[in-house]
Design a protein around this ligand. Structure first.
Ligand code: GDP
Ligand code: ADP
Length: 299
């Protein structure tokens, strides 16, 4: 029996809705880190009937955490794949290029081989509230062999912060005097508000003793350290997702809504800088993230 056209049309639209839902589920799983993009590509290549095969390449790449539309468009150009191309329609060479890109991106980036062995100066940077201070504090507690640099700042202490341990809390005049005397290894104005700087003397002394030194500083500072110490390793701490970063900032309760909004704006700029770093560590679990950072100090 042949279905009347209306029944066929209905069945067709139901199938289209189901396929759309399946593609949305694939994108959600990739953006949450539940599935890797390379595994989705392999699944599409294995079986053209899978919903993955009708996913556009640009949708797959755009689902990878921290790759926004601008970076995605740039990557599509570099891979020489048209934005409308679906996974199931890739040519052999296109598939190869995309697969290599995805596998390269997923492997945890280790400092490049040309670095002098055992360089001991490591910078830990990342967006506000990602957990830099928490991970650095865990390292201070559990890896006493690592010297954690104590920065100077002109911002006021938060409840529980101890002068000389969390920061050296200085007045503007005291901070200016240290700049004048060349006593900072680097310094920067962060979140368009307060100044932060790394006192030079303790770092140079610790490096001279062959100790590992960890600087927890902002992106501007990381760039200055790279200039002064090309062998330094720059590690970028990432949150599992943007929503988790927002939750941590608001949950921390150390800034009011206006300051939080300002810091989140800075965070977007900072996240875009991660490509300048030698390695990235995702701070899902503090002990695990701390272990990965320490491993990078001796890698
Ligand atoms: N350049 C530079 N940045 C620093 C230094 N110490 C801390 N920071 C950065 O200043 C920013 C603000 O730090 P803080 O006020 O503790 O805020 P939080 O990052 O939101 O906890 C963070 O990105 C820190 O990494 C430093 O010595 N130099
Ligand atoms: N892995 C994690 N899981 C959940 N919460 C975390 C994690 N790491 C840090 N936090 C919390 O997130 C908030 C921001 O951490 P903090 O160390 O102050 O960030 P940063 O120094 O990067 O600004 C704090 O409330 C901290 O307890």
């Amino acid at each position: 029996m042949v279905n009347p056209p209306e029944v066929d049309r209905l069945a067709g639209s139901r199938a289209a809705v189901a396929a759309r839902r399946a593609r949305a589920e694939v994108k959600r799983a990739v953006s949450n880190g539940e599935r890797s993009a390379s595994e989705v590509l392999s699944s599409a290549a294995r079986d053209g009937a899978q919903p993955e095969s009708t996913l556009r390449v640009s949708e797959l790449i755009g689902s990878i955490p921290w790759l926004g539309p601008t970076r995605t468009a740039k990557i599509m150009q570099e891979l020489r794949i048209s934005p409308s191309k679906r996974l199931g329609g890739l040519g052999v060479h296109q598939y190869q290029r995309l697969h290599e890109f995805l596998v390269r991106r997923q492997a945890p980036r280790r400092p490049n081989e040309t670095e002098t062995g055992g360089s001991r100066l490591v910078v830990l940077a990342g967006p506000t509230a990602v957990g830099k201070g928490t991970v650095a504090g865990y390292i201070r507690e559990h890896y006493p062999e690592v010297l954690l640099s104590v920065s100077a700042t002109t911002r006021a202490p938060r409840p529980g912060e101890i002068d000389g341990t969390t920061y050296f809390f200085l007045s503007d005049e005291q901070f200016d005097a240290m700049i004048e005397a060349g006593q900072f290894l680097e310094w920067a104005t962060v979140h368009n508000a307060y100044r932060y700087g790394t006192p030079r003397a303790p770092i140079e002394a610790a490096l001279a003793e062959g100790r590992s030194v960890l600087l927890e500083i902002d992106i501007q500072g990381a760039r200055q350290v790279r200039e002064a110490f090309p062998e330094a390793k720059l590690v970028f701490l990432l949150p599992p997702t943007w929503d988790e970063l927002v939750r941590r900032l608001t949950g921390r309760g150390t800034e009011g809504p206006e300051e939080q909004a300002r810091r989140l704006e800075t965070a977007k700029v900072e996240l875009a800088a991660q490509e300048e770093f030698d390695a990235t560590v995702v701070n899902t679990d503090v002990p695990e993230a701390a272990r990965e950072v320490v491993d990078l100090m001796t890698a």
